[in-house]
Write a protein that binds this ligand. Structure first.
Ligand code: PAF
Length: 294
């Protein structure tokens, strides 16, 4: 595949300076924030950004503020050089990274970085099982948006709740435009995730059950099943395997976002959301039951 070298910056300040030139020249900017360990899911976001914009930039920063579990942060895969090579194959123009020190130069004691309140969308699900996670996500993403300025910013549907938190941040800030792109999947349906690298081949096969559970719920919805507890039960049945440790299986109205688990009969098609660990690797996925997987 053809690839063109992209410009690399080690600090957000350098990136900001370069981006200001692009804004000055009225270039439209597409931005894909990442934590590296890139896969085809990330590349699909970059490809979409490439189609929509004149300039494409990507940030790579494993943000310690969003890890409530230090072990998870240590285990998080990192390969900056490989990431840059992959980005060059899909026409990325600029990559920047940084450290907590360079993202928050005004804070002298890094243990005292003031965290953003992630708001109502952060309640429950990831917000409940990873306390403080969305505070850390919102804090870094706000800083990333301030670095890049007005742009289109691309996120994957796999992190559905994150997209809601980030859309509300963008509304508060008045920019950027948030574009949510479909989840990319492995052949067995497993949602692509940097964490999949931590699974053995056998665990990856088992992890396909998460997609199977969502597929079953969607099929049941489409055949007229409206009973929330029945739909949840179907998913839990599919996930019932000694290697699968389920954290939550939930149904939510994707617009109203209130938990529908108590309502016995659903009126509107819900978003089904699952978090489960396999071999200690935490995976999430979701699907809107009202339509086909894209
Ligand atoms: O989705 C992610 O990779 C991260 O949460 C993000 C948006 C890059 C913030 O660190």
């Amino acid at each position: 595949m053809n690839s063109t070298a992209c410009v690399l910056f080690d600090t957000p300040q350098q990136a900001r300076h370069w981006l200001q030139q692009q804004h000055h020249n009225n270039r439209s900017i597409g931005f894909v924030p990442t934590m590296g360990a890139l896969h085809d899911g990330h590349l699909s976001l970059v490809k979409q950004a490439r189609k929509d914009n004149e300039i494409v930039c990507v940030s790579i920063f494993v943000n310690p503020l969003q890890f409530n579990n230090p072990d998870d942060l240590d285990k998080y895969p990192r390969d900056f050089d490989l990431d840059v090579k992959m980005l060059e194959t899909v026409g990325c123009d600029m990559v920047f990274t940084g450290t907590l020190e360079t993202f928050f130069p005004e804070i002298h004691d890094l243990s005292k970085i003031p965290l953003e309140d992630p708001g109502a969308f952060a309640q429950g699900l990831e917000g409940e099982f990873r306390p403080g996670h969305f505070d850390g996500v919102k804090t870094i993403v706000k800083r990333l948006f301030e670095t890049v300025g007005n742009c289109k910013a691309y996120f994957g549907t796999k992190d559905f709740q994150q997209t809601l938190v980030i859309k509300s941040l963008a509304q508060e800030m008045g920019y950027p435009e948030i574009i949510v792109c479909p989840t990319q999947r492995e052949v067995n349906g497993l949602a692509m995730s940097s964490r999949n690298q931590l699974l053995t081949a056998e665990q990856k096969q088992i992890a396909g059950k998460i997609f199977q559970a969502l597929t079953k719920a969607r099929a049941a919805w489409q055949q007229g099943q409206r009973d929330a507890s029945r739909l949840k039960h179907l998913m839990l049945e599919e996930l019932d395997h000694p290697a699968v440790d389920v954290e939550y299986v939930e149904l939510r109205d994707p617009q109203a976002w209130h938990s529908q688990s108590q309502a016995s009969l659903l009126k509107n098609p819900p978003q089904a959301l699952i978090a489960a660990s396999i071999g200690g690797v935490r995976l999430i996925d979701n699907a809107f039951l009202g339509e086909e997987f894209s």
